[in-house]
Design a protein around this ligand. Structure first.
Ligand code: ADP
Ligand code: MG
Length: 717
């Protein structure tokens, strides 16, 4: 059936009178639903015996282990609470290495032998589960014949209830481990890295004369970009359904050139969808704060208030899930792929990161004059040193096939990792290096050129949108994460490398303080040395420019362009030594991740390539041939001459892709070789087919073209 424009008309006719408008208005105090579905400290206080509640609170506040003898009491209270809220089942909710979350539902009810059933939930069931986990990726850690894997309750991330149209499910955040104790998930290493950083930071704080803190938490506040498109288009595009991105599609005549989308007013249907998403997330205790249009048409952003890394990472997984579920209620599909539309801005995730004490101190918060603030300088220096020492590992922590379309293209941060500090802060370090102490400029004001507007204090760190790792006033913003990605690995890496740098600086500081040198002098010396050794990683200019690529090369910074280039750093000897020292991941655990991610890369490219070949063979080529036949029937030879060679070109490129896709032509000796083949042979073959097909899209009669076009998907809402 030929496509007509009917779909567009239907898409545009969405009306607010469906379920959408009239949903709960969160600005009304009476409608506050925040954390209504969370087994939060407030609920725990009401429902738990006092001593149990106190023990659990300590665990939450200080990240200390919970006495498991208290588990029965917690389980009982959790079950009663959940069942009152309609839950019939519970699940250990975990994050295997697939990058998404996993759940296996168990009923609360069990038969008691007399033909009836009662609801039960014991401490043991709360603490430990044994999912039939043979099909999760493990990279050789656990052979399928010994398919045992355990999930273990993480009391530091509160349990929550997920509602569904037929009931509700109690979700208990858990870690996932092999029976030999190796981490099979993303949560365990993240928790271990938070411990490592806390230990190092507390020691450093003591040196700096700060003894009150009992725990240092790393914090994360992710800004998530995504696309929403009408679901009719989505389901007409097998490439979107199967691979998450469009494998074909000519660039529309209008992109974001007019800059008319960014921060523009939000269309009603989208806004309704956002509101309900926020409502659902609020119930789950996810502190969503901001929303706005992003640069590309139909692209948006959602960001929560920051939380500790573990909870923030769990909440981020929930956010992605809820966004996708709610979108469908509005006839929309939420696309989280890093590059759903070629030639159009892709989607990333900004990972705002800092460290804070349990006494409420942000360790990356400068004082009034930054260079007087010794504590800030110390921790900031540690971050610079860490990122310089492990730039390749940081890059590897965000590698994925989707990311390869963004990093290095002229939109997202480049594949070269560097740090932006802002002129003010960079000036402070330079002053320390040259020994010319100077006043920083707290009194800088931004004149707006009109007496009507008050002068604004200039933000300490001014903005550089092109930097992959930027200081933004009281935190660092790692901007190179992909939109579909779990936060866990990049934050695990950040925490661990910074823990190491803190320890190294502490040791130097201790040395420098021997004799009677005061803290300030000793610290200045340590900061100066570290800055001089690591300042090559600091760059304040345009990260997209060709000049920076050359300059970075001169500075010896790594430029790992593709996933196969980056992933080997997960098992580099520097990484292995670092992760062993801080007990975050063993060599075997690192190797398993390397293997899993490398294989995932190859498998994903393979799926894309087969989808592209099938689409080209069964939809695009037939449309082109029909069009050609119509031209031939018309007897207009000049038109035939225009189109016929392009049809042949398409066929030729398609044959090459099909050939590259043949299993027999793909090396199967190791995941690394397979990934390299996919990168070197299959991706270029896919690109060739696409190049011709996209030209063809602009030649073939519109009613014969089988796929919704960019100009439809991105603009009709
Ligand atoms: P931007 O200008 O980058 O869009 P936003 O204010 O929208 O800035 O986002 C800032 C993000 O940084 C928010 O998600 C916020 O929660 C997070 N953030 C703020 N302070 C911290 C902190 N101390 N640690 C981690 N994240 C933080
Ligand atoms: Mg940001």
């Amino acid at each position: 059936m030929p496509r007509t424009r009917q779909q567009n008309v239907t898409a545009a006719q969405w009306s607010a009178n469906g379920s959408a408008l009239g949903s709960t208005d969160l600005t009304q105090p009476a409608n506050q639903v925040f954390a209504a579905n969370v087994f939060s400290p407030a609920v725990q206080r009401r429902r738990l015996p006092k001593h149990v509640y106190k023990a659990l609170q300590k665990t939450l506040e200080r990240g200390e282990a919970l006495d498991t003898s208290l588990a029965d009491a917690v389980a009982q209270a959790m079950k009663d609470w959940a069942m009152e809220r309609g839950a019939t089942h519970y699940t250990h909710w975990f994050q295997p290495l697939t990058g998404s979350t996993a759940e296996k539902h168990d009923s609360f009810y069990g038969p008691v032998g007399d033909g009836t059933a009662i609801a039960e939930f014991s401490g043991k069931e709360l603490i430990q589960g044994e999912p039939d986990a043979s099909s999760f990726p493990t990279g050789g850690i656990r052979a399928t014949f010994e398919a045992r894997g355990y999930t273990a309750w993480d009391p530091t991330s509160p349990a929550f209830i997920l509602e569904n149209p037929n009931g509700a499910l109690l979700c208990i955040p858990t870690a996932f481990t092999s029976w030999t104790g190796e981490a099979l998930d993303h949560k365990i290493p993240l928790l271990r890295s938070m411990d490592a950083l806390s230990g190092a930071a507390l020691k450093a704080l003591a040196l700096l004369g700060e003894h009150d803190a009992r725990r240092v938490f790393t914090t994360v506040g992710p800004e998530q970009e995504y696309f929403l498109i009408d679901e009719q288009y989505y389901f007409e595009r097998p490439d979107l359904v199967i691979t998450g991105r469009t494998l074909f599609g000519a660039k529309p005549p209008k992109g974001h050139e007019l800059d008319d989308h960014y921060f523009g007013s939000i269309p009603e249907r989208i806004l309704a969808c956002m509101l309900e998403t926020e409502l659902e997330l609020a119930k789950l205790g996810v502190p969503v704060k901001t929303r706005h249009n992003e640069v590309a048409p139909n692209q948006f952003e959602i960001a929560p208030i920051f939380e500790n890394s573990n909870v923030g990472s769990d909440h981020q997984q929930l956010t992605m899930q809820v966004m996708q579920n709610v979108a469908r209620k509005y006839g929309l599909v939420c696309l989280l792929h890093e590059k759903p539309f070629a030639g159009v801005n892709g989607s990333g995730k900004h990972n705002n990161w800092s460290m804070g004490t349990d006494t409420g101190d942000n360790l990356l918060e400068p004082g009034d004059t930054p260079h007087e603030n010794l504590q800030f300088l110390f921790f900031c220096t540690a971050v610079i040193q860490a990122v310089n020492a492990h730039q390749e590992l940081l890059r590897a922590s965000i590698a994925s096939p989707g990311q390869d379309h963004r990093l290095g293209a002229n939109e997202a941060p480049p594949a070269i990792i560097s740090i932006f500090l802002g002129t003010e802060l960079e000036g402070v370090f330079t002053a320390i290096e040259t020994g010319k102490a100077r006043e920083s400029k707290p009194g800088s004001f931004l004149g707006l050129g009109t007496p009507v507007l008050p002068p604004l204090p200039m933000h300490g760190g001014d903005r550089n949108r092109t930097s992959p790792f930027a200081f933004t006033g009281n935190k660092f913003e790692f901007r190179a994460l992909g939109s579909s990605m779990s936060l866990a690995l990049p934050n695990t890496v950040l925490n661990t490398i910074v823990a190491e740098a803190i320890d190294e600086l502490s040791e130097k500081l201790q040395g420098a303080m021997k004799g009677s040198t005061g803290l300030e002098k000793a610290l200045t010396k340590v900061v100066k040395e570290s800055w001089t050794a690591n300042k090559r990683i600091v760059f304040g200019g345009d990260n997209y420019s060709e000049a920076w690529h050359e300059e970075a090369d001169r500075r010896g910074l790594a430029n790992l362009r593709s996933t196969p280039d980056a992933l080997p750093w997960l098992v580099d000897k520097t990484t292995v030594a670092l992760f062993r020292k801080y007990k975050v991941l063993s060599k075997r655990e690192l190797e398993s991740r390397h293997e899993v991610f490398t294989e995932q890369y190859a498998v994903k490219i393979n799926i894309e390539a087969e989808t592209a070949a099938t689409l080209a063979r069964t939809q695009i080529l037939p449309a082109a041939v029909r069009h050609l036949n119509e031209l031939k029937a018309s007897g207009l030879a000049e038109l035939v001459e225009e189109v016929e060679p392009v049809v042949r070109e398409l066929h030729f490129a398609l044959r090459a892709l099909e050939d590259a896709n043949l299993k027999d032509n793909q090396p199967d000796s190791s995941p690394t070789k397979w990934a390299a083949y996919m990168h070197d042979r299959v991706i270029p073959a896919m690109d060739d087919v696409r190049e011709v097909a996209d030209r063809m899209e602009k030649l073939v009669a519109d009613d014969l073209w089988p796929l919704p076009k960019y100009s439809e998907m991105l603009f009709i809402k």
